[in-house]
Design a protein. Structure first.
Length: 393
């Protein structure tokens, strides 16, 4: 290589390095692009249905800072128009249409995102389990092309012979004397004891709902503390998990879970403070009933929950799942039911058998060396149990 050619090459190389050296700032923030996020669950036993519609965001500040900016995840009224269409899944004929209305809620729990008020959307309707529902969002954000974000869902539930939705009922523990006078009926429906010991298990059985895939069962126990001076009442409760199952949605009938009766007394012993009998300022009144719950998810929601569970393996890449077209999130159906009915006070739960209630209040049914001694919690049940004789009727 001649000397002149070598000098020319070195000059060119130096020029390139100089140009590259001037570009020291690299913009790692991608160009802003609107991403619509939809979370909507259709519940057949509700008449007002809420949908969360938000936008994903990106910026140069930390996400934790941006998340606290009011409205950063919300669309302006002029940017978003949303309709719900009810249609026949066989013919696709539309039978009803609703335009979603917006409102601000203030009940959101504190967290990373701005929580003073949050925009939600809703529509009022009695849903039909024979129909499907489609959400369509027209998004028109400045600087971007107009887009349609959509999703479809069926509705969980059994069609009642008289129309509407058939109630998903608890079969076991069964309701005793439901057609009798409540003051005369023998309400002994929950028995956690057998032969002076805690039962090993007790079966809880519900009717299935058409379209239901994932079932989660639990129960809640309530008690009330009453101030001895003012009469002020403070209600509290404990929640007990029973179990979850995934089933074939095409098979009707019943679904059963096995609950652990001993766990009830363990949790009472561990979770409720001992009662100060010598310096009492309040009465602790025990409920004699349990409220059972059942949560049902359709296949879309069940799959979304499973996919988004925390990874249990190191370096496992989380798969993505959504049924939203041109967006992310989930639009599905669920049903939550319980044994507590506002209009059926007599059927508001399942009642403890006398021996079970006596063990809770007085710890007099199970041998002391095996008992969890819940008598130290100071429970009373006026009207049913006699604290002097330590018996319940």
């Amino acid at each position: 290589m001649s000397r002149l050619r070598l000098l020319s090459f070195l000059f060119l190389l130096l020029s390139i390095v100089s140009i590259m050296g001037c570009e020291t700032d690299i913009d790692i923030i991608a160009p802003k692009k609107d991403v619509t996020v939809i979370y909507g669950l259709l519940e057949p036993n509700q008449t007002r249905h809420y949908v969360r519609i938000n936008r994903a965001f990106i910026g140069k500040e930390a996400a934790s800072i941006l998340a606290n900016e009011p409205g950063i995840t919300e669309y302006k009224d002029e940017e978003l128009t949303t309709f719900i269409y009810e249609f026949n899944p066989q013919t696709n004929n539309i039978s009803r249409t609703w335009q979603l209305q917006s409102e601000y809620i203030t009940s959101k729990e504190d967290g990373n995102f701005f929580s003073d008020s949050n925009k939600v959307y809703y529509f009022d309707a009695t849903l039909d389990v024979d129909k499907h529902y489609r959400i369509e969002c027209t998004v028109n954000v400045e600087g971007e092309d107009e887009k349609i974000v959509s999703a479809e869902s069926s509705v969980i539930g059994n069609k009642a012979s008289s129309g509407g939705i058939e109630e998903v009922r608890l079969i076991k523990p069964n309701l005793i004397g439901s057609s009798s006078d409540p003051t005369q009926a023998d309400r002994a429906e929950v028995d956690f004891l057998a032969n002076g010991e805690y039962r090993q298990s007790q079966t809880v059985t519900w009717l299935k709902a058409e379209g239901g895939v994932a079932y989660t069962c639990y129960y809640r126990y309530y008690y009330t503390e009453v101030d001895q001076n003012t009469g002020a009442r403070s209600r509290d409760s404990l929640l007990f998990a029973i179990g979850s199952k995934r089933v074939n949605p095409d098979q009707g009938g019943e679904i059963s879970f096995a609950m652990n009766p001993e766990e009830f007394f363990i949790r009472i012993n561990q979770s409720i403070d001992d009662y100060d009998f010598d310096n009492s300022t309040f009465d602790r009144v025990a409920s004699d009933t349990l409220q059972f719950f059942l949560e049902i998810a359709d296949n879309t929601l069940a799959t979304y929950i499973e996919v988004n569970q925390p990874a249990t393996e190191i370096l496992q890449e989380q798969p993505e799942y959504t049924n939203i077209t041109n967006g992310i999130g989930v639009f599905a159906s669920r049903l939550i039911t319980s044994t507590r009915k506002k209009d059926k006070e007599y059927e508001s739960g399942r009642v403890f058998k006398s021996g079970t209630l006596e063990e809770l209040l007085y710890s007099n049914q199970v041998a002391s060396e095996k008992s969890y001694n819940t008598s130290v919690k100071g429970f009373t049940r006026p009207g049913r149990c006699n604290d002097d004789t330590k018996t319940c009727r």
